[in-house]
Ligand binder design. Structure first.
Ligand code: UD1
Ligand code: MG
Length: 465
C-alpha cells in the first residue's frame, strides 16, 4: 500500500448503510452480502482503514442489529430509524460527532471497490481548492439512475439533480455523482439542516448540500474518476457477482505484482485484509479470508481455505481448512487437516491427514501425522502423537485440558481422557485408554491384555485334532 500522502489524522469516515437493498431479495442486509469472504461493508472499512482515518461511524437502519454485530468494536454506529434520504442519514451522525470540526469522507456501504488511492487524489482536489464539499464524479456507460452533475459556464459544480427530478436536457449530461463526498463536517451539517424534501422522491437529498453551500459563497469542488468499477454499487445479486469478479481480478493482479504466484486467479479468492509474502504459491481454488496472513515461500495447496489464519514462512498447506489458527515456519499441514479455534502450531511441526486440532498448542517439532482429534491440549516440543489418537476433552458438561510433555510418544489409537497430564519423554502404549497422569519418562499401558487360545478355530468346527 502507498504511503499516506495527506494528513488524515483528523479525518472521520461516515459510511451510509441504512438502506434496505430490496432488489437483493434477501433476509440478509445488503451490506452483509460477501465478496471474497468479506461483507461489502468490510470492504469499505478496509478501504478507510488503509486510508488511515481517525475514526469511522456507520449509519445503520435496516437489519441494524445484524450489521452492528458484523462491525469491529472500534467502529461507531448511529441508527437511522426511518430511511428519509441520504441527507437525513448523514445527520444521524450528529450526536456521535458533536463538537467535531474536522473533515468527513462519506461513503456507501454497498460500494465495495473504491480504493484509498482515489480517496487520496480526491483529498488533494478538496484541500487545494479549499473546498467545503468535494463530490466524486464519473461518466458511466449508462448514466440512467444517477444524479447528474450540473456545472456552470466556468465549469464549477453548481448543483446535482437526481434523475427523477431532472429535465431532458439535464438527463443528457454524462457526468454523474458517484455518491462519495469529502466535506468540512460543521459546514456540511449547517447546509444539510436547511434542506427540504420537496422533490420527486420526497427524500432529503445529500447532494442538495451542493446548492446550499454554493448559496453561502463557499467553494464546492468536483473530482472526477475514470474507473467506473471503483464507484459501482451493488443493488442486485447479478451486480454482486459481477463486482466480485472484478474484485478477484484486481486482487490477483495486486498479489502477482507483489511477488506471489496465483496459479489460477479466476478460481482463487483473496480478501481485502489478507497479506501474503513473496514467493508464496497459491494453487487453484484457494480461499483466503478475513485477517489471514501467509508468510513468504509458502505453498497454499489447491482448495485450501484459510480464515483469520496466521501462517509463518516456508509453510506447506495441502488441501486443508484453517480458521482462527497460527502455524509456525516450515510446518507441513495436510492434506485434509482442520485447524480451528485458536490452534497454535509451532515451527517444523507436522499436522497430517485427517487431523483436527482445536484450541491446542503444539511446541516446535511436534507431530500428529494421521487421523487424530487434538482438542484443548498442550503438546510439548518434539512430542509425537500416534495415528488415531483422540483427546476426550468433553465430559458432556465441561471441557478439560490435556498436557502432553515435550519429547513424549503417544502410541497409536490412544484415547486420552482429560483432564490429563503426560510427562516429558513419557510413552504410552498403542491402543491405550489413558485416564491417569503419566510421570516424566514413564511408560503407561491402558488396554486389555491379549489372550491367545490355540486351536480355537478347529474346535469350533468340531474337528478333533
Ligand atoms: C445516490 C445519490 C445520487 C448518486 C448515487 C450514486 C442521493 C439523493 N442521490 O442515489 O446522486 O448518483 O447515490 O450511487 O443521495 N441510504 C441511507 N439512508 C437513506 C437513504 C439511503 O443510509 O435514507 C444509503 C443507502 O443504503 C446507500 C446510500 O445511502 O448505501 C445511497 O442511497 P441510494 O438510495 O442507493 O441512493 P441513490 O438513489 O442510488
Ligand atoms: Mg444506490
Amino acid at each position: 500500500m502507498p504511503e499516506t500522502s495527506h494528513d488524515v489524522s483528523q479525518l472521520t469516515a461516515l459510511i451510509l448503510a441504512a438502506g434496505k437493498g430490496t432488489r437483493m431479495k434477501s433476509a440478509l442486509p445488503k451490506v452483509l452480502h460477501r465478496i471474497a469472504g468479506e461483507p461489502l461493508i468490510g470492504h469499505v472499512l478496509s478501504t478507510v482503514e488503509r486510508l488511515g482515518v481517525a475514526r469511522t461511524v456507520v449509519i445503520v437502519g435496516h437489519g441494524a442489529d445484524a450489521v452492528r454485530a458484523a462491525l469491529p468494536d472500534a467502529v461507531q454506529t448511529a441508527e437511522q430509524r426511518e430511511q428519509l434520504g441520504t441527507a437525513h442519514a448523514v445527520l444521524q451522525a450528529s450526536p456521535a460527532l458533536a463538537g467535531f470540526s474536522g473533515e468527513v469522507v462519506i461513503l456507501s456501504g454497498d460500494v465495495p471497490l473504491l480504493s484509498p488511492e482515489t480517496l487520496h487524489a480526491m483529498l488533494s482536489t478538496h484541500r487545494e481548492a479549499g473546498a467545503a464539499l468535494t463530490v466524486l464524479t464519473f461518466r458511466p456507460e449508462d448514466p440512467s439512475r444517477y444524479g447528474r452533475i450540473v456545472r456552470d459556464s466556468e465549469g464549477h459544480l453548481s448543483r446535482i439533480v437526481e434523475y427523477k427530478d431532472a429535465t431532458d436536457a439535464e438527463r443528457a449530461i454524462g457526468e454523474v455523482n458517484a455518491g462519495v463526498y469529502l466535506a468540512s463536517w460543521p459546514q456540511l451539517v449547517s447546509a444539510l439542516e436547511g434542506i427540504g424534501n420537496d422533490n420527486a422522491q420526497g427524500e432529503y437529498y445529500l447532494p442538495d448540500a451542493v446548492t446550499a453551500l454554493n448559496a453561502k459563497g463557499l467553494v464546492v469542488a468536483a473530482h472526477a474518476t475514470d474507473d467506473p468499477i471503483e464507484v459501482a454499487g451493488v443493488n442486485t445479486r447479478l451486480e454482486l457477482v459481477a463486482l466480485a469478479q472484478a474484485y478477484q481480478e484486481r486482487a490477483a493482479r495486486y498479489w502477482l505484482e507483489a511477488g506471489v504466484t496465483i496459479e489460477s486467479p479466476h478460481t482463487t479468492w483473496i480478501g481485502p485484509r489478507v497479506t501474503l509474502g513473496e514467493d508464496t504459491v497459491v494453487e487453484a481454488g484457494v480461499q483466503l479470508h478475513g485477517r489471514t496472513r501467509v508468510g513468504s515461500g509458502c505453498l497454499v495447496g489447491a482448495h485450501s481455505q484459510l480464515i483469520d489464519a496466521q501462517v509463518g514462512d516456508e509453510v506447506t498447506i495441502l488441501q486443508s481448512y484453517l480458521s482462527e489458527s497460527m502455524v509456525g515456519d516450515r510446518t507441513i499441514v495436510g492434506p485434509f487437516a482442520h485447524l480451528r479455534n485458536g490452534a497454535e502450531i509451532g515451527s517444523r511441526c507436522r499436522i497430517g491427514n485427517f487431523v483436527e486440532v482445536k484450541g491446542s498448542v503444539f511446541g516446535d517439532g511436534a507431530k500428529a501425522s494421521h487421523l487424530s482429534y487434538i482438542g484443548d491440549a498442550t503438546v510439548g516440543a518434539k512430542a509425537n502423537i500416534g495415528a488415531g489418537t483422540i483427546t476426550c476433552n468433553y465430559d458432556g458438561e465441561r471441557k478439560h485440558r490435556t498436557e502432553i510433555g515435550s519429547g513424549s510418544f503417544v502410541g497409536s489409537n490412544n484415547t486420552l481422557v482429560a483432564p490429563l497430564k503426560i510427562g516429558a519423554d513419557a510413552y504410552t502404549a498403542a491402543g491405550s485408554t489413558i485416564t491417569q497422569d503419566v510421570p516424566d519418562g514413564a511408560l503407561a499401558f491402558g488396554r486389555a491384555r491379549q489372550a491367545v487360545k490355540l486351536g480355537w478355530a478347529m474346535q469350533r468346527k468340531g474337528i478333533k485334532q
